[in-house]
Design a protein around this ligand. Structure first.
Ligand code: FPP
Ligand code: MG
Length: 265
């Protein structure tokens, strides 16, 4: 019995390891796509070794994660984590496109946010619960906790891109507009300042677009509205996890939701 418990724990740790490795691999690739020069306060892989080696390094991390995944030997866990990889790539493709219709824009943004960020957290949480307990209700709670927490995390990330600086973040700040990406704060600001619409459609490519859009965002309630939306997602995450029986682990997961909202880097 004890050996079995130890094995479950070891496999759950492997899922955490795999999630971290997938995350790292995507960031190494992402820094190539974004042509970023810093990450976590250090010079990026692409800056030091060039794009070709950075892509291969990301691939290598991903392939090592796949080996660890295969060693767990659980087909449910395998398909959950494989889904993450598909979502990550689809999320990046969604980010390359923009919707003409204003009403579709926000759902497109939230779908992209789920795929590029929340899917990893949602499916990893679910995978850990699948390994630890047979109850599908618990799996669903774990999934919804991760999904809501993940969306909130990315919404806060999108706010920090406007409100923080590169030194604080350890990565380029004010990057999204320069990359042509309209995130929550801009989409909310657009409801107040329709002039932003045309800029979104041309992906902020005209001279002065980035700065004007930035000013509109800061004058509007876009930052506050995005923060408020993140709070709502965190609230949902906490509501889900509250359905589990009390434990120190459950407390830690609840605390994590607060950390996601209060982080400044
Ligand atoms: C960071 O976004 C990027 C992601 C969360 C996902 C990137 C995914 C890929 C490049 C797809 C394929 C990769 C693999 C290995 C499956 P961001 O640029 O908004 O965040 P940042 O400000 O931290 O750079
Ligand atoms: Mg990036």
């Amino acid at each position: 019995m004890r050996i079995l418990k130890r094995e479950v724990k070891a496999n759950q740790r492997s899922v955490a390891l795999i999630a971290e490795m997938i995350h790292t691999a995507t960031l190494v690739h992402d820094d190539v796509i974004d042509d970023a020069n810093s990450r976590r306060g250090k010079v990026t892989v692409n800056q030091i070794w060039g794009e070709r080696k950075a892509i291969l390094a990301g691939d290598f991390i991903l392939s090592t994660a796949s080996l660890v995944l295969a060693r767990i030997g659980n087909t449910t866990v395998l398909s959950l984590i494989t889904q993450v990889i598909e979502d990550l790539v689809r999320g990046e493709f969604l980010q390359l496109g923009s919707k003409e219709n204003e009403n579709e824009r926000f759902s497109h943004y939230l779908e992209k946010t789920f795929k590029k960020t929340a899917s990893l957290i949602a499916h990893s949480c679910k995978a850990v619960s699948v390994l630890g307990c047979p109850d599908p209700k618990v799996h669903e709670i774990a999934y919804l906790y991760g999904k809501n927490l993940g969306i909130a995390f990315q919404l806060v990330d999108d706010v920090l891109d406007f409100t923080s600086c590169s030194e604080q973040l350890g990565k380029p700040a004010s990057a999204d507009l320069k990359l042509g990406i309209a995130t929550g704060p801009v989409l909310f600001a657009c409801q107040q300042f329709p002039e932003i619409n045309a800029m979104i459609m041309r992906r902020f490519t005209y001279p002065g677009d980035v700065q004007r859009a930035q000013e509109f965002v800061l004058q509007s309630g876009g930052i506050q509205q995005t923060n408020y939306l993140a709070q709502r997602y965190c609230h949902e995450a906490v509501k889900e996890i509250s359905k589990l029986r009390p434990s120190p682990e459950r407390d830690a997961l609840m605390q994590l939701a607060e950390i996601v909202l209060s982080r400044d880097k």
